[in-house]
Every structure is written in structure tokens, then in C-alpha cells.
Write a protein that binds this ligand. Structure first.
Ligand code: FAD
Length: 511
């Protein structure tokens, strides 16, 4: 009977999420043929940032077998209905602020045709913003309402949502769950990796506390240290800093000004002269981080930017500077090693794609897993899919930057044609004649669908000019009635759903 062992090196979100996923997929508590072990060093610790997620996390947590209310309680989580972008379109003049929401809910559409063209054909000076016209989620989120009622079941609700959570606590929750599901846990420091001299694959890893550890598959979840995939196997890292310029974050956590103040159910991403600031409301505090390009802004200027945003409150708490390199491994699965999480790549915090990529990788490892035969069997396919995913996220992130009309050098450099991927440039050209379509994307590779592009494009004020073909859109009256109905449903939902804070407090109280 074939037996396989998987050694996960690293106990951050990547390590424990992958281990918990594999434990569930292979039912390791009852299946003696597959053994999953996590080795992690408390001495090194975890990165502990990454508070924003994407709606895929609900399915992942449900699949793993996590209880939603318990999860919300333990990780200080709040519900996330999207991201509000402040001042991305233009450098704000005194007293003028603008914003738009990228909600998670897909736009409504009519029977047999899309409403997008009818919105595009409305009078630009009087029409309501795109996301507000196309979905009820704007109204719900802006009204401080939750995406679901108090009696909705776990992970369910009328509106699509994800979570904001305390990243340090998430790894603990996943760890408890994975261990209860049969994952073995070793605390200790990996001090070396021995390769098989013939194949160049990993023969075993050396640890200070547990001697040599051998496995059939090694999962490198060692974070930015990338101990196996880089340190031992030297797999190249493709930098994409020429497309995505930010490379540092200065992060802090602030208590709320007043107890009981409204709890936002969306991330705020506020543009500044050389990047943006995240502001994420957890149940007891909010996480704020200034993301910037060190080529366009000094560390001191970033600290002052954070200070201005927080009204000086960032000076009262400790902040952490976190450098990163935008890019990914071109071969995250190499021989008998597969890198997941920061070891495999990281682009930047915008649109919260870190955990999404971990979810995607864990699911692929589980499904493609070689139960017998060579451990690198799935490598080619896995690598193709991960590279395609990274490339598609790069395009989507760049879209946010290259459409801005802000005048500072960081933003001007972002509009340089040489910094915009060819495929995105081509799509932008086409989208000036027609809106994004589902056929623009290979959905299996994409975290972001055509409607996510629509929300960003039209939120940023991009113009798709359909006026020369206005006559080809005959359903104007009907479309107007549907827009009216969306407005009406939005009002009802904003009235009937509980306040976000009330729902979180109810869950916190265990009701
Ligand atoms: P880590 O948390 O660093 O874990 C590495 C693990 O490896 C640790 O347990 C460590 O002890 C162990 N280890 C390392 N070396 C050894 C060794 N020699 N021996 C034993 N153990 C070892 N993602 C999102 O989805 N949303 C966000 O909003 C978001 N924001 C981010 C903001 C910033 C500034 C950054 C940098 C990242 C952000 N991310 C975000 C990404 C997210 O933080 C990571 O994807 C996630 O935390 C996973 O990290 P990890 O587990 O790969 O690495």
C-alpha cells in the first residue's frame, strides 16, 4: 500500500491553511496512508499582516470545517463587502474628495442583455456612479449595514462578502483546527536542507530540535525567507517592480476613538502621492498601513503621510515597516517541493490577493496530488496555472494605477505605456469601444472577473463611448425601470439588514 508524507515548512497563514486543507481533502485523521506535518519556528514567528480577504475565503473555511461564528469571535473579524477607493482618480484639491466602491456583489443584469451599456449611454453629468447603479451593495455598505441577517446560516447571506481579520489570530485558529483534524505539529528551527546528489530533489531537511526530517513532498511556507524553493533549490523569482511600483508598507493598529462607533464593512484604500493607505476595521481596533514606492517616497515622508492620515495617532502606537518585492516564482513547484504563500510570491496588498493565492494553491495541490509515482508529476500544470493567476492579478492591480489622473510623479510613471502589460493595453484600447466581457478572460485562471474590471474602470472614470452605436441598444425604457428597481431594493436592504456593528457584537456575545 502506497504511503505518502507531506512536510509543510512554516506555520503562518500559508502553512496552516494548506495543512488544514490537505487534512480535510485526504481525511488524514482516518487515512493512515497520508501524513501531513507542519514544522514551524516560534522563534522566527509569522509576518502577521494581511487583514483583508476575498469572498473565496468563505468556501475555503467552510470546506475545511471551520465554524463561522467561532472564527469571527476568535480573529476579531468583521464582514467585508468590498473596497472603497478614496482619491484614486484625481489628486484632491483643497476640500474636494472623491471615492468609489468596488463591491463584491456582481452587477445585476437584465434578462438576455447587460445593463452596463445602458448605464454607459446615460448622461454622464447626472447618472449615479456605476457601482451604485448596478448593485445594492453600495447602499448597504455605506449605510453601515451588514451583508447578512442575524439568523442567516454560517457563510451564507443575501450579499457576497469576505472578512477583515486579525492575521496573527488566523494562523492560530487554523493551527488548532488542523491539529484537531490529524495534522502533526513540530515546533523547531530548520537549519539546513540536503539535496539528493543525483536528482537535485530535496532528500531531507535538518532541524535543530528534531534531527533530519524526510518527506515525499515538501511544501515551502517559510514566508519571504523561501528557505526551500529559493535557499535550497534556487528557483528564480520574477520581479514585476517595473509594473507594480510599491515595495514597502508602514503598518500600525489603532484603537477606535469611541466605543460603539460605526464599524465599516469595507476596506478603505486612500491614494496618496506615492501609493495608498489601507484602513481596515476589525472589531476592537483598526489596522492602518501606508503602502508606498521607495523610489518615489522616503521612509520619513511615508511616516508623515501615515501620521497625517491618522491625525497624529500613529505616533502613539508602534508601527512596523515591512519591505516587499513584487513578484513570483516562475516554477513554484520544483522537483519534490512546492512553494505556497509569500515563499511563492507576493504582489502588493491592494485587493487582498495574498490569501486568495494560498487558497488556490492548496486546492490545486490537493487535487493534483501524486498519490504514487513521481512527486513532481503535477509541477508543469501547477506552475502554468499559478503563473497565469499571478499575471492576471498583475493586470488587474495595474488597472487601478494606470487610469489615475493624479499628477504626482508616482502616478504619472504608472501611466507610462512601458509599465503597462501589453495585454492590458490592448484591452483598454478595446474597452474604449465596448465594456469588458467575460470572454476577455480565461475564468479558471482569474481571481477577478470581467465585472470586477467594470467596477474599477468605471469607478475610475474610464470612458467607453457607445454613442456612435446608440441605436443598437433598444431596451432603454426597460433598463431604466430595472435601475429604479435596484435603487428600491437597495433602500429596502439598507433598512432591513442589521447594522454591521450590531451583528458583530451579537456574534461576539455568542448569541
Ligand atoms: P509567514 O507568515 O511569514 O510565515 C512563515 C512561517 O515560516 C513562520 O511560521 C516561520 O516561523 C516559518 N519559518 C521560516 N523559516 C523557518 C525555518 N528555518 N524553520 C522553521 N520555520 C521557519 N494578504 C491578503 O490576503 N490580504 C491582505 O490584506 C494582505 N496584506 C498584506 C500586507 C503586507 C504589507 C504584506 C507584506 C503582505 C500582505 N498580505 C496580504 C499577504 C499575507 O500577509 C500572506 O500571504 C500571509 O500572511 C501568508 O504568509 P506566509 O504564511 O506565507 O508567511
Amino acid at each position: 500500500m502506497a504511503e505518502r508524507s507531506i512536510l509543510v515548512v512554516g506555520g503562518g497563514t500559508a502553512g496552516w491553511l494548506t495543512a488544514a486543507y490537505l487534512a480535510r481533502f485526504f481525511d488524514v485523521a482516518r487515512n493512515p496512508r497520508i501524513r501531513v506535518t507542519v514544522l514551524e519556528s516560534p522563534e522566527i514567528g509569522i509576518i502577521g499582516v494581511g487583514e483583508g480577504t476575498f469572498p473565496t475565503i468563505r468556501n475555503t473555511l467552510r470546506y475545511i470545517g471551520i465554524d463561522e461564528s467561532q472564527f469571527v469571535r476568535t480573529t476579531s473579524a468583521t464582514f467585508k463587502q468590498g473596497i472603497r477607493f478614496d482619491n484614486w482618480v484625481q489628486t484632491p484639491a483643497a476640500g474636494r474628495e472623491e471615492h468609489f466602491l468596488h463591491p463584491f456583489e456582481a452587477p445585476f443584469h437584465a434578462e438576455g442583455y447587460s445593463l452596463v451599456s445602458y448605464w454607459l449611454l446615460q448622461d454622464e453629468r447626472t447618472r449615479v456612479p456605476f457601482a451604485e447603479a448596478m448593485s445594492i451593495q453600495n447602499r448597504v455598505a455605506e449605510a453601515g449595514r451588514a451583508p447578512k441577517g442575524a439568523d442567516e446560516g454560517d457563510f451564507a447571506g443575501p450579499l457576497n462578502y469576505a472578512y477583515h481579520f486579525d492575521a496573527a489570530r488566523v494562523a492560530e485558529v487554523l493551527s488548532d483546527h488542523a491539529r484537531a483534524s490529524g495534522v502533526h505539529h513540530l515546533q523547531g528551527l530548520m537549519t539546513g536542507v540536503e539535496l539528493d546528489p543525483e536528482t537535485g530533489a530535496i532528500d531531507h531537511v535538518v532541524t535543530r530540535e528534531h534531527g533530519n526530517l524526510k518527506a515525499d513532498l515538501y511544501v515551502d511556507c517559510s514566508g519571504f525567507r523561501a528557505e526551500l524553493i529559493d535557499g535550497a533549490l534556487g528557483v528564480p523569482f520574477k520581479e514585476v517592480g517595473d509594473v507594480l511600483f510599491t515595495d514597502r508598507a508602514l503598518a500600525c493598529k489603532l484603537p477606535y476613538d469611541q466605543e460603539g462607533s460605526p464599524l465599516r464593512s469595507y476596506t478603505v484604500a486612500s491614494a496618496h502621492e506615492a501609493g495608498w493607505i489601507w484602513d481596515i476595521g476589525l472589531s476592537g481596533a483598526h489596522g492602518v498601513g501606508c503602502v508606498y514606492s521607495s523610489a518615489h517616497m522616503s521612509d520619513d515622508a511615508a511616516a508623515r503621510t501615515l501620521e497625517r492620515y491618522t491625525g497624529g495617532r500613529s505616533l502613539e502606537v508602534s508601527s512596523r515597516q515591512i519591505p516587499f518585492r513584487a513578484g513570483y516564482r516562475t516554477r513554484p513547484w520544483e522537483k519534490n517541493c512546492v512553494a505556497v504563500g509569500l515563499a511563492g510570491g507576493f504582489l502588493e496588498p491592494l485587493e487582498s490577493t495574498g490569501v486568495v493565492m494560498i487558497e488556490a494553491a492548496a486546492a490545486m495541490i490537493a487535487e493534483l496530488f501524486p498519490h504514487y509515482g513521481p512527486a513532481d508529476g503535477p509541477a508543469r500544470r501547477f506552475n502554468e496555472l499559478m503563473v497565469a493567476r499571478y499575471e492576471s492579478i498583475i493586470k488587474f492591480l495595474k488597472l487601478h494605477y494606470c487610469l489615475s489622473q493624479r499628477v504626482e510623479p508616482f502616478w504619472r510613471d504608472n501611466t507610462a505605456a512601458s509599465s503597462i502589460p501589453d495585454q492590458l493595453r490592448d484591452l483598454l484600447e478595446q474597452w474604449s469601444y465596448r465594456p469588458p466581457s467575460r470572454f476577455d478572460f480565461v475564468l479558471d485562471h482569474e481571481s477577478f472577473a470581467f465585472f470586477n474590471y467594470q467596477y474599477i474602470l468605471y469607478g475610475m472614470g474610464f470612458r467607453t463611448d457607445l454613442s456612435p452605436v446608440r441605436d443598437e441598444f433598444p431596451h432603454t425604457d426597460e433598463a431604466e425601470k430595472i435601475f429604479e428597481r435596484i435603487r428600491h431594493f437597495g433602500d429596502l436592504a439598507a433598512r432591513d439588514l442589521p447594522s454591521h456593528r450590531a451583528l458583530i457584537e451579537r456574534i461576539q456575545a455568542g448569541e
